[in-house]
Design a protein around this ligand. Structure first.
Ligand code: ZN
Length: 495
C-alpha cells in the first residue's frame, strides 16, 4: 500500500520591529493555497512543494495536502492568521487518520502574536498527535532562528545551502530521501540544535558561486557537507539566523540529525558551532554611503551598475517605501536609470486616475515610517500601468507567479521608477521586464534586496554596490531595541 504523507507549508520571516502586522490578507497577496490547490499552484515549480511532489511520484507516495502559505516578511503574524494556518495543518492531520510521515516546508523565523516560535509550536502539536514513530521532516530557510522545540519535535531540519536561495528543490529532495529511508526502517532520525552567545555570524549566510570569493558560510557548509552520510550523521543544517526578530533564541545555529543518537547529533553540532563562533566577525561585503554610490552611478560602462537599496529590503521586513536612495538619484539627475521599487498604493491610484502618458505631481513613498526618508514631492510621466503580476524566470523561484498588485512606472527625469501596491523584494528581472523596462539596457539599475538579487542581476551587472540608506533592514544591530533576546550576546555585549 502506498505510504500516506501529510504535506504542508507555512512560511514567514517575522521582523518584530516592523509596525505592519502579517495577516491572512498578507498571505493572500503572496501565496495562500488550500488542499489540492497547492499542487495546482506549485507543481513543476522550483519550490520545496514542487520537489516534494516529484519525490512522492518517484516513491509512489500518496500526498495529503493541507495548506501552502507564504507572506512577504513583515511584523508579527496575527493570532487569527496563525490559528487558521497552523490549524489547517493540524486539523488536516486529524482528519487524515493514520499517516506514515509528514513533510513540511517552513522558514524557521516565524513569530506570531501568540507564540515566539511559530515553527516549534507547529512541530510540537504535530508530534504530540503522531507520536515518536512517525517521521516529520521540515525544510527551513538558512535565516531560521532554530529553537530546541523545533529540533526536538522534527526528525530532521534541512536548511537551504545557498544565499541567494536557489536550492529549494534540492533540500526538499534531501528531506524526502531521509523520509524514504525512515519509512523502510533503515534509519531512526533524531535531531539536536546548538546555539552560542552570538546574535550574528556566518556573514548573514552569504554563499558564493566562485570559490575564490568564499566566506565563512561557504567554509562551514563545506565542513558540514563532509560530515553528512558518515558515522551515523544523516544531515547537518547550518543557519545564519534572522536578526530582526526579538525572541530569546535569535541568531546562528547548527542542527544535526543522527541515526538514533541525539547525544551524537548534539556533539557534532557543538563542533560545527565552534567554527561558526570563531568566524563570527568575518564579512565578505562592503557598504557604500549614498554619495559614493551616486559618484559610481555617474560613471559610464558597457553594462549596468546594479545598486542594492539593501536597508529597505522587503525580503527582510523593510517597508519598501524608503526614499533616501531615490531622493539622492533624483538630486544627482541620473539618466537611463531604473528603480525597483517604491511601494505606494496611493501613488499608483493617482497615476491610474491620470492615465498613461499623463504628467503627475505627487508625494512618493516614505509613508509607513517617514523616519526612513520623508515622502518625495516629485513630478513625472506615467509611463506604464499594469496589474503587476508576472512569472519569475530567473534562478530563484523559477516558474513562481509573483504579484505586485496594481503597478505604475513613473518616469522622473531620466529615472524609471516602478511603483507597486504590494511589497516584494526584487529577485527577478521580470520585475522590470513585465513593466516594459529592460534592465540590461540601463546604465543604473536599483533593486530593493540585500543578497537575493545577485542570482538574476549579478550576471548583467558591471558592478554591484550596496548603498546604505539607513532604513529598517540596516545591519547595524545596535539600533534594535531588543527586550526578549538572551543576554549577554555578541556583538551587543562583551562576551
Ligand atoms: Zn533567507
Amino acid at each position: 500500500m502506498a505510504a500516506r504523507i501529510l504535506i504542508g507549508q507555512i512560511k514567514h520571516e517575522t521582523n518584530t520591529f516592523s509596525r505592519l502586522p502579517t495577516t491572512l490578507e498578507s498571505y493572500g497577496k503572496r501565496l495562500l493555497a488550500y488542499g489540492e490547490d497547492m499542487f495546482r499552484q506549485l507543481g513543476g515549480t522550483r519550490t520545496e512543494i514542487g520537489g516534494y511532489m516529484e519525490a512522492a511520484k518517484a516513491n509512489g507516495w500518496e500526498l495529503i495536502p493541507t495548506v501552502a502559505g507564504d507572506a512577504t516578511p513583515s511584523g508579527k503574524v496575527t493570532a487569527e492568521a496563525w490559528a487558521k494556518l497552523s490549524g489547517t495543518i493540524v486539523e488536516g492531520l486529524e482528519k487524515a487518520g493514520k499517516v506514515d510521515g509528514i513533510l513540511l516546508a517552513l522558514h524557521g523565523a516565524m513569530v506570531t502574536e501568540t507564540v515566539d516560535d511559530g515553527e516549534g509550536d507547529l512541530l510540537k502539536r504535530l508530534r504530540q498527535r503522531v507520536g515518536l514513530d512517525v517521521p516529520i521532516f521540515a525544510t527551513l530557510d538558512l535565516h531560521a532562528n532554530v529553537t530546541d522545540a523545533m529540533a526536538d519535535n522534527a526528525s530532521a531540519l534541512i536548511a537551504y545551502r545557498t544565499y541567494p536561495h536557489i536550492d529549494h528543490v534540492e533540500r526538499a529532495t534531501q528531506a524526502a530521501e531521509l523520509m524514504r529511508r525512515a519509512l523502510k526502517g533503515e534509519i531512526r532520525p533524531v535531531s539536536a540544535v546548538v546555539r552560542r552567545a552570538t546574535l550574528d555570524a556566518l556573514d548573514h549566510g552569504r554563499t558564493h558561486a566562485d570559490p575564490r570569493d568564499a566566506g565563512p558560510m561557504d567554509r562551514v557548509l563545506a565542513a558540514a557537507g563532509a560530515l553528512e552520510g558518515r558515522d551515523g550523521v544523516l544531515s547537518v543544517s547550518v543557519h545564519a539566523g534572522f536578526q530582526a526578530a526579538d525572541i530569546h533564541d535569535t541568531g546562528p545555529s547548527v542542527a544535526v540529525c543522527a541515526d538514533g543518537n541525539r547525544a551524537k547529533a548534539k556533539a557534532v553540532a557543538e563542533r560545527m558551532m565552534d567554527l561558526v563562533w570563531d568566524t563570527r566577525g568575518q564579512s565578505t561585503v562592503a557598504h557604500s554611503d549614498l554619495a559614493s554610490a551616486m559618484a559610481e552611478a555617474k560613471q559610464k560602462g558597457d553594462k549596468p551598475l546594479v545598486i542594492a537599496d539593501f536597508t529597505d529590503n522587503p525580503g527582510g521586513g523593510g517597508y519598501g517605501d524608503a526614499t533616501r536612495l531615490l531622493g539622492a538619484m533624483i538630486e544627482a539627475k541620473l539618466d537611463n536609470a531604473a528603480f525597483h521599487s517604491i511601494n505606494d498604493p496611493e501613488a499608483v491610484a493617482i497615476g491610474q486616475k491620470a492615465g498613461k502618458g499623463a504628467t503627475v505631481t505627487l508625494a512618493l513613498g516614505g509613508k509607513v515610517d517617514p523616519i526612513f526618508g520623508a515622502p518625495l514631492n516629485v513630478t513625472g510621466v506615467v509611463q506604464n500601468l499594469t496589474e503587476g503580476s508576472f512569472i519569475c524566470d530567473g534562478p530563484m523561484h523559477k516558474g513562481v507567479r509573483l504579484n505586485h498588485g496594481p503597478t505604475m512606472v513613473l518616469k522622473i527625469g531620466g529615472i524609471e521608477v516602478v511603483v507597486t501596491s504590494n511589497r516584494l523584494q526584487t529577485i527577478d528581472r521580470q520585475a522590470f521586464l513585465s513593466q516594459g523596462i529592460d534592465p540590461q539596457a540601463k546604465s543604473v539599475v536599483v533593486v530593493k534586496s540585500s543578497q537575493h538579487f545577485r542570482a538574476a542581476f549579478g550576471p548583467i551587472a558591471r558592478k554591484v554596490v550596496l548603498a546604505d540608506g539607513g532604513a529598517l533592514t540596516s545591519p547595524d544591530l545596535k539600533r534594535f531595541p531588543y527586550k526578549n533576546l538572551r543576554r549577554p550576546i555578541w556583538p551587543l555585549d562583551p562576551v
